[in-house]
Write a protein that binds this ligand. Sequence first.
Ligand code: FES
Ligand code: MG
Length: 593
Amino acid sequence: MTGQAQDGGRKLRSQAWFDNPDNPGMTALYMERYLNFGLTRKELQSGKPIIGIAQTGSDLSPCNRHHLVLAQRVREGIREAGGIAMEFPVHPIQETGKRPGAALDRNLAYLGLVELLYGYPLDGVVLTIGCDKTTPACLMAAATVNIPAIALSVGPMLNGWWKGERTGSGTVVWKQRERLAAGEIDYEQFMEIVASSAPSTGYCNTMGTATTMNSLAEALGMQLPGSAAIPAPYRERQQIAYETGKRAVAMVWEDLKPSDIMTREAFENVIVVNSAIGGSTNAPIHINAIARHIGVPLEVDDWQEIGHKVPLLVNLQPAGQYLGEDYQHAGGVPAVVNELMKHGLIRENALTVNGKSIGENCRGAEIELPDVIRTFDTALVQDAGFIVLRGNLFDSAIMKTSVISKEFHDRYLADPKSPNAFEGRAIVFEGPEDYHHRIDDPALAIDEHCLLFIRGAGPIGYPGAAEVVNMQPPAALIKRGIHSLPCIGDGRQSGTSGSPSILNASPEAAAGGGLALLRTGDRVRIDLNKGEANILISDAELATRRAELERQGGYHFPPSQTPWQDIQRSMVDQLAQGMVLKPAVKYQKVAQT
Ligand code: FES
Ligand code: MG
């Protein structure tokens, strides 16, 4: 069978390495070390597809660690379908473990994976996704290289429980740290309650960035239907791993590539689904990045235009009550998509990895737990998507309106004289350390009429952009029952946070954005109806401040601590543009060139 492919003659990419009679010397060199782990020459030259398993799990990345187990079932699926599996490590990214932040490593893992997919004899790849940044890193690389690729989610952890109540990843931290600050619980109790939210292997069980991005990878068409929500320890997770491996082989023969799946239609579906699930504010950053690498036009404004009017259907923390296991039992992504299809909001012809359209896959997927996944009639929030704000503070920033609490709404948005608009005195912090240092400083005289700003937290100011915009008010205000102040900044915030911050401001202060001109004590007006955010000073005063900033050499930020921080800072784009490495974008579909 040497030199012949199974589909009747089409030569596979891997055969250029392993079976090239025109260059026996190179072929022998390429092949001989791959025999060392027991593969035979016959196998390597059989024309069977070689399927990579891009392994993101490791001891350093516990959210994805279960992929080390699942990979065995992926291999069995690949073998069953007539392929050869080759597993290899992807640069690990643990959201909660990496200093100064995991987002710094998204582009590093992307670059590394591009080199692996391009430079090794792989015909297709299974992308093992899960923890926040692992999903975009893998999909961005698949977009750039454009060989057949299918994602496999590791699945969420089981539900956390504490004294009969669900405790959700991350969300429990934001809630309990307020109780800790107010003296209602001590350090020991705090740690115990937080630990209860992480009862098993898997990623965050809330609708944080992980559940968001894994759901969106399915909505994008890059995972098998119904696979995103299966909790990590369930038997169905092992079964879908096997099916994913099998399907990867078939995709190679069908030559079904990321560019066939990740189309403009598919990205529009992603935006709609993100609103319906109450997805993380990190989603626009990562999804826009994937779109840029596959060459599909997608702007931050598309998120409001396509997504804002969509209601919130999924009742998961932080916007709602439930957790990952409930989401799975309620029907997961297909049930959400089916409900959206009934209202004409899904582009049903978008193709997915199983070779069928999203419409074919999801039509008839019923909601099984009506309190967990709602219908349009029982939606949790109307108009649940992001809104985009702009003004003299920034060209764009987004706000997740579905998490606005009643307390916040009544204090800031309910005034009949100016509905959905508010003004206040700005308190400005220079990055997270400054915030922690000064938030309780009585000299700032922070009261409920203040707006908290943080800058120096964008991709350049704080490499990778810090998840810090959801700032807690001073302890004195919390004791008075004021749990949230409006927060605005050029950083990000955790998807598990329920804070209605205005964030991802672009350009950031460090890139010369208007935020750099703001001073503590300025009055700022936010108008959600008009989508505006402005410092209430004259243009002349703004120009004077800008000239002064330029004389000082621009906004100052701390030096880099590692080579990668420095390299990334020198070439990274802003959050609105996906925080991609600017020179990387021109390399598209590189496996074909
Ligand atoms: Fe890894 Fe949330 S910390 S998924
Ligand atoms: Mg996060």
